[in-house]
Write a new protein. Structure first.
Lengths: 392, 370
């Protein structure tokens, strides 16, 4: 009888199921999706609720994983805009009295026009929002109507790991990039960071990178790498940078970043690939190269990587970007051209390093090129590459 | 999720750990568990060989670790480093298991009727425990591995198939929306194995095992759109060898490049062939003598450098680099020497995305060379 009871109990336990990430492990990509979603909304102590929203709609009933809220050390509510380009917030008054709400927004492009702005410092804006009688107030950050008239460019790079010093030089070089873009009448829309901002995924490392990025002239959209997601108990990366899965439009080009830090996609993201990739040819960035050739190791879920390549090819995607491999390389003559730029400072082995970033004109992706950012002693890199240097 | 056996040239479905070819044997009277006829290695219990393999394995792990840590796993060298490390780890685990087995089963002579890959087999892989609202179906698989002996060469054509017994259903924990995936696969190849050493007691086999397979993934996304993917994987240059440490213990490594091709929903073009990750199997096998109709069993421990089935040893920042570790036990039952034998197999894939599988196979009467 006792045996029957034990077997029954074991079977009952075995058939128990709980919601995914009910007990979160942030090494799991799905749990980072859940954490990012929850951090895209914040309840303040006075009952006011702040939400990031999809700028392509007017819906305020839900919210979107397009940014991260937190209360700053100075007590001010602070939101980090995670995507590039236009964004939208909704402020829900709840039972709070009419008041003026002070907010700090970081990672905002300097050309973005933002109502309620009272001060700015680099990529940071201070807003004062009047919460009158309306239950919900929307705030839209938009580029001026003519911002894209001369075209737009972004840059892409990944892999800082143990060398934030080199990455700092790269951030400094972005100011020159801004000047070059302005001289051509192009909008320099931002940086696509392709993962491995840290070596050990610690808060200190992420804080340092966040401070470096705050020096840049343009905002950065980020996705994590395998070194960024090592803490199972805390979503450290997400707490600092927000969602690792992002889809947004910049001057008519669909840009997508997918979190492959766990060498797979979160199940919910794999199930929403058509929604992320959209209907127009997208440019996709991940940490792990989905096409393994030459880059050898890669995704644990190979089916995710191969389905992703097929979906991109079916949309005539002009370019696939990745990091992880600490060098620059181009994998051409494939259905989706593939560029790897893990050149943000991480160790390149016993060779003269080749740090720098990819310059990518969004309307002319075939004209991409590599901008070298050498160290104080500008030696030539040892390794050759089929990804060409930018001229001039 | 499909089973590891479908991996290109996977040991689980291949005769990777079978003894070397032996001369035709007459049926022996039961219940003798073993006889000193085939591959007798008198005067050794494999201790020296195990020490040598252990040292070599440790060296491989050391070189792999150095390679990965000094050059960086992200430098395109990670695949080679992981192959070296994984093969070394399999060797070290194997010699440990082999030494332990020798303590209670010191016999070094080959079993007359050892458990090896059945000529026909069917298997079931139970589903992993899903999260609330999700479904993880069982998977079924089957295959054939007939063999032909031509002098010192053994040729084994291999045919395999597998299918999910339902769809894997993922629930978006935020929206509650569902997506599903159903996978099927067909594969085949041939193994050519040549023995080196005395005919009755070879000490090494050379192995060439070209294989190819196709995976069919049917996906229904959250928004209801459907897509079919066909993924072709070819490993035509998989070569390696098997070292017989004793008549009952052996270590086999095969490796080679892999080439992939992807095709998606009907009417679309192929994404052309591209070089995939390296492929490697490293398995240590131990035969264990039994009595009566239980003619013998086989314990295997190994490393599979392949993530075709989405299983890999992911620890900390080391993601997407290692394939799974695999433990397998096979037990053969043959009531009469001239009767067909049944063989029960139990697989355990130790990895994220791993699981277990139960296999039942048949082996022809022992008149045939074991």
């Amino acid at each position: 009888m006792r045996l029957v009871a034990l077997v029954t109990a074991a079977l009952a336990l075995g058939s128990c199921a709980r919601t995914e990430c009910a007990n979160p492990d942030y090494h799991d990509a799905e749990c980072r999706v859940v954490a990012a979603y929850e951090m895209a909304r914040l309840h303040r102590s006075d009952g006011v609720e702040l939400r990031f929203q999809d700028p392509g709609t007017d819906d305020v009933s839900g919210w979107a994983s397009l940014g991260r809220w937190r209360v700053g050390a100075d007590g001010l509510t602070e939101g980090r805009v995670s995507a590039l380009g236009a964004f939208r917030l909704s402020v829900h008054r709840g039972d709070a009295p009419a008041q003026q709400l002070r907010l700090r927004l970081t990672n905002v492009h300097p050309a973005i026009v933002l109502p309620g702005e009272v001060a700015r410092d680099g990529l940071t804006r201070l807003l004062v929002i009047d919460l009158g009688d309306d239950d919900v107030v929307q705030v839209r950050g938009l580029f001026p109507a003519d911002a894209c008239d001369g075209g737009a460019r972004v840059v892409a790079v990944g892999d800082i790991q143990t060398n934030p010093q080199a990455f700092g030089r790269l951030v400094d070089a972005l100011h020159e990039e801004m000047g070059l873009a302005a001289a051509r009448g192009e909008l320099f829309a931002g940086v696509l960071f392709l993962g491995d901002a840290s070596e050990h995924g610690t808060r200190d490392e992420f804080d340092e990178v966040e401070q470096l990025l705050a020096r840049a002239p343009v905002p950065t959209a980020m996705t994590p790498g395998n070194h960024d997601i090592t803490h199972g108990a805390q979503p450290v990366y997400t707490q600092v940078f927000g969602p690792g899965n992002l889809a947004f439009d910049v001057c008519g080009t669909r840009l997508v970043l997918l979190d492959s830090g766990s060498a797979e996609l979160a199940g919910s993201i794999a199930g929403r690939l058509p929604e992320f990739l959209g209907d127009t040819p997208p440019i996709l960035g991940t940490h792990y190269p989905p096409q393994p050739e030459q880059t050898t190791n890669g995704w644990t879920r190979e089916d995710h990587a191969q389905q992703l390549v097929a979906e991109l090819a079916s949309r005539d995607a002009p370019l696939l970007l990745a990091g992880h491999v600490h060098r620059r390389m181009a994998i051409l003559r494939r259905a989706v051209p593939h560029v790897v730029v893990g050149t943000g400072g991480a160790d390149q082995g016993a060779v003269e390093p080749d740090f720098g970033y990819l310059r990518l004109p969004l309307d002319r992706p075939a004209q991409r090129c590599f901008v070298r950012v050498p160290g104080p002693v500008a030696a030539e890199p040892s390794a050759s590459s089929n990804l060409e240097d930018c001229g001039g | 999720m499909l089973l590891s056996f479908l991996l290109v040239g996977s040991t689980l479905a291949s005769p990777a750990a079978e003894p070397a070819p032996a001369p035709e044997l007459e049926p022996a009277p039961l219940p003798a568990p073993s006889v000193p006829r085939a591959r007798v290695r008198l005067g050794t219990s494999g201790g020296v060989e195990r020490v040598a393999l252990g040292l070599g394995s440790a060296a491989a792990m050391g070189v792999g670790s150095w390679w990965m840590l000094s050059l960086g796993e992200s430098l395109g060298a990670g695949d080679v480093a992981a192959v070296l490390f994984g093969a070394g780890a399999a060797g070290l685990l194997g010699v440990t298991a082999g030494a332990g087995t020798s303590l209670f089963d010191p016999g070094a002579e080959a079993l007359l009727d050892p458990a090896n890959t059945p000529r026909a087999f069917l298997g079931l892989a139970p589903a992993a425990s899903p999260y609330l609202g999700e479904k993880a179906p069982w998977a079924a698989y089957g295959g054939l591995a007939p063999r032909a002996q031509l002098g010192r060469w053994r040729i084994t054509p291999m045919f395999r198939g597998a299918l999910d017994l339902g769809s894997t259903v993922e629930v978006d924990p935020l929206s509650g929306g569902t997506s599903s995936l159903r996978q099927e696969g067909l594969g085949g190849g041939v193994e050519v194995r040549g023995a080196i050493g005395p005919e009755a007691s070879p000490w090494f086999d050379l192995v060439w095992r070209p294989t190819a397979e196709r995976r069919y993934d049917h996906v229904t996304y959250v928004d209801g759109t459907e897509a079919d993917y066909r993924r072709s994987l070819a490993a035509p240059l998989t070569v390696g060898g098997r070292w017989y440490l004793t008549g009952r213990q052996r270590f086999e490594v095969v490796a080679g490049p892999r080439f992939d091709q992807i095709r998606w929903s009907a009417g679309r073009e192929d994404v052309g062939w591209s070089r995939g990750p390296l492929y490697l199997e490293a398995f240590y096998s131990v035969d264990i003598a039994h009595g009566g109709a239980w003619s013998g069993s086989r314990f295997q421990v190994g490393y599979l450098h392949s993530k075709v089935d989405g299983a890999g040893l992911d620890i900390g920042a080391v993601n997407g680099i290692f394939g799974p570790a695999i433990v397998r036990y096979d037990l053969r039952w043959r009531p009469q020497p001239t009767a067909w034998a049944l063989q029960l197999g139990l697989d355990l894939t130790i990895a994220d995305g791993g699981g277990g599988a139960l296999q039942l196979g048949v082996v022809p009467p022992r008149k045939e060379a074991p």
